[in-house]
Design a protein around this ligand. Sequence first.
Ligand SMILES: [Zn+2]
Length: 214
Amino acid sequence: MTAQDAKPPEGSAEPAPCPKCELLDQVTAVPEVYAASTSAEEAIYAAKTIATNKNQPPEARTAARARLRETRPPAVPSRALAPRPPAAGPLPAFGLFIFGLIAATLAILGNHKDPAATTPTTGFTLHSTTFAVVSALLAALCLIFMIRALVRNHRIAVGLSAAEAVWRCGWYCGRCTIIYFQPGQEPPGAIPGRFLMPGEFRRLVWQSGGYLRG
Ligand SMILES: [Zn+2]
């Protein structure tokens, strides 16, 4: 098959052939590859969850195992073509709440002295003070992580449209597992005529969004 015989991906504007194999039959727009990989990974994860859950009926687990056998893992993992890194999770905020609560509770209890108390409480006070200080330090650490995550998420939100503009221009060749841009449509940072490996392409996309370094 030659580049002239090959058909462009359905529903997409006709791209130039792959610069490596000079064919079009396995060339797909990057967003389509990413969507297909994401969908396959979600199907595999869902089937695995059911197949390994002993609380599920045997028939459901058998069907899930059959789906697992039938579902092929994506040729390229979705994370390799992701236009953005995963969003920061709520763990730092949760840690801040828990450690902050512990530190505040111990501080309040430490300040509350019972005038009727006659037994010495020095040992307990020392331990609770140490625990309060450690909790406060951990809460401060969680606060730093939370602020960094908020800044990072904000930076991604601001730069995502610029990154996606580059991402949408990429074409993936399944035979050569490379990505290339149409001649004359290379974004800033891409060398005309040079194809990219998925990792290089993702770096270029994230760099275009201004969040390559987190
Ligand atoms: Zn190719």
